[in-house]
Design a protein around this ligand. Sequence first.
Ligand code: SF4
Ligand code: SF4
Length: 215
Amino acid sequence: MAKDLSTTTWHGAPRREIPWFPTIDAEACIGCQLCFVTCGREVFDMTADTPPRADVARPYNCMVGCSTCAMVCPTDAISFPDKELVRRAEREHRIFRQVRQEATSKRAKVGAAEARAAAEKKLAETTTRARVSIAGTFGEKRFLVKLDELTQDRPFDIVDLKLEVPTVKGLREKTPAFMAFGVTSTDDGDVRGFLAEVKELVRANGLVWVDETIG
Ligand code: SF4
Ligand code: SF4
C-alpha cells in the first residue's frame, strides 16, 4: 500500500495547506516511467493506458520545494508552481523558528553519531588482550612474584598461566622451562604499554621472549 504523507507537516506547516506538487502534461508524457521510479515519496502512479501515462496520484506526498522529477523528465511533461509559492508558505507559516529547532536537533544527532563512531573506532584500535610465550629458567617463583607486583593496583591482569617443565627435578636444577600466559585489561584499556613492561621484566630476569599474539 502506498504511503500517505498528506497529513504530515512541513517545518510545522500542515502539508495540505501548501499546494506544491507536480502537474503532468498528458500530451507530452511518453510513459517512460522515469518520474515513477525516481520519486521516493510515491507521488506517481502509472496509468493502465498503452503506453502508460504518469499520474499524480498522491500530490501532497511531494516534498515542498523538490522538483527532481521535472528535472529528469525527458519531454518536460512535468511542471511545478513558481518558487514564489514556497517563499510565501515560508513567510505565512513562519517556519523558521521550527527550522532552527530542527537544525539544533540535527546537529545534536550528528554530534552523537560522530562521538559514537569515534568511540567505536577507538575501541577497534584498542588492544585489550595478548598472549605471551617465554622461556628460560624460572627458579623459585622469583619471576612470578615480580610479575604479580607489576599488576598491583593497576587495571591489568595475568591470566591462564601455564608452566611447562621437563621434570620437577629439572625445574629445581634450573633447566630451561617454557611459560605461556595471557595479558588482559580489566577496564577495556590498551594493554600494549603494559605488555612492554612485561617484556622488560622478562629481559631483566634473563628470560627469553619467545612470541606474543595480540588480540
Ligand atoms: S518522466 Fe516525464 S515522460 Fe516519463 S513518465 Fe514521467 S512525465 Fe511521462
Ligand atoms: S518533486 Fe520530488 S518529491 Fe515531488 S514528485 Fe517529484 S521527485 Fe517526488
